[in-house]
Design a protein around this ligand. Structure first.
Ligand SMILES: [Zn+2]
Ligand SMILES: [Zn+2]
Length: 348
């Protein structure tokens, strides 16, 4: 997903450059890591704790069951049924069960993060949240963020932002309502400063993705910026960046290869986009982007299933004509690739 500059920093030691990746979860790690290995490959502390933690989770589940079932049977059996004694006994059972679960979960967290300092958990937790969308990781991240000393916070700001902002963007819907207020309080930032950092990291991310992976989610960018700030400066910066001279002078094949997604976004949100340009008084950029868009060929949308098959057959024939596919194996592969790209188009 987010392949940004943060890959150079060890997720556990923000002072160190990363030299390798954990063989299991892919987090960037460094040489100063303890030697956790699996099949001779180096893994991170979290992955090394993970088997113990999952074993413990099973014990908690089993333990809860072993306590609950006999208690319920005993209540039915021993407690007299008149005067709602049984009901009271059940009600008394509830806080006990809740206490056990909370205690068990605390212990589980301790096992999972064993051997790690607070500041060492910050970046991995953000990455886990980004990858899984599970807001439990975000909650534990915030808990640890709160506990950072001022020095620690100052020292790790840069990697922290590089991890955090993509995670927020990709899992925006998973965050609770007051996430921004909370986060700003613990990061000791005001809203404008955060918006600037947000835009800077996201801009780098977007432009990197646009250049390297042929993907750029312009609509997301504008949407999130709208959520984060009313500061038009940042949107203006981004529009200027994507309509730079480098892009205008691109040859057709490079344009198609590297900017297809960006142009597709532009194509889909053309009206909105131009109105943003008008509002921000970016006439030169608007013209440049319009010229860029003229060179873009939107994908043909089939009108019916029959059309879809015909379109696919034409594509394959065209590829065969160009010598891109020859044998049957290639044919299938090419078909799969088209299906993949169709899926991505559908999703976006
Ligand atoms: Zn790992
Ligand atoms: Zn390290």
């Amino acid at each position: 997903m987010s392949k940004t500059a943060n890959e150079e920093i060890c997720a556990f030691h923000y002072h160190n450059k990363s030299t390798l990746k954990c063989a299991l979860c892919g987090l960037p790690i460094c040489d100063s890591e303890e030697d956790f290995t699996i099949d001779g490959k180096k893994i991170c502390a979290l992955c090394s704790n993970s088997p113990k933690a999952s074993k413990f989770r099973k014990y908690i589940q089993l333990g809860t069951l072993l306590i609950t079932l006999p208690s319920v049977i005993l209540i039915f059996w021993l407690v007299p049924s008149e005067n709602s004694y049984q009901l009271w006994a059940f009600l008394a059972l509830v806080p006990i069960m809740i206490g056990l679960l909370i205690g068990g979960n605390r212990l589980l967290t301790r096992i999972a993060y064993k051997g790690l300092e607070k500041h060492q958990m910050i970046l991995p937790l953000i990455r886990y949240f980004e990858a899984s969308g599970n807001d439990q990781f975000y909650k534990i991240f915030v808990k640890n963020l709160k506990k950072l000393s001022d020095e620690e916070l100052e020292e790790m700001r840069k990697p922290l932002y590089e991890y955090l902002i993509p995670a927020i963007i990709f899992n925006y819907s998973k965050l609770h309502e007051n996430w921004k207020e909370d986060l700003l309080k613990y990061l000791k930032l005001d809203e404008i400063a955060f918006a600037k950092i947000f835009a800077e990291v996201f801009k780098t991310l977007l432009i990197n993705i646009a250049v390297h992976d042929a993907k750029a989610d312009l609509s997301k960018f504008i949407f999130y910026l709208g959520e984060i700030t009313e500061n038009d400066e940042i949107i203006r910066d981004y529009i200027k960046a994507i309509s730079s001279n480098d892009i205008k002078n691109l040859k057709d094949d490079l344009l198609k290869r590297d900017y297809d997604m960006l142009l597709e976004e532009l194509f889909l949100y053309e009206e909105i986009f131009y109105s943003v340009c008008d509002r921000l008084n970016l006439q030169k950029e608007k013209e440049a982007l319009a010229a860029l868009l003229k060179r873009y060929e939107p994908p043909t949308v089939p009108k019916s299933a029959v059309d879809a098959i015909k379109l696919k057959r034409d594509q394959v024939l065209e590829m065969q004509r160009k010598g891109l596919v020859s044998s049957k194996g290639d044919f299938e592969l090419a078909d799969e690739e088209t299906a993949e790209s169709e899926k991505t188009t559908e999703e976006s």
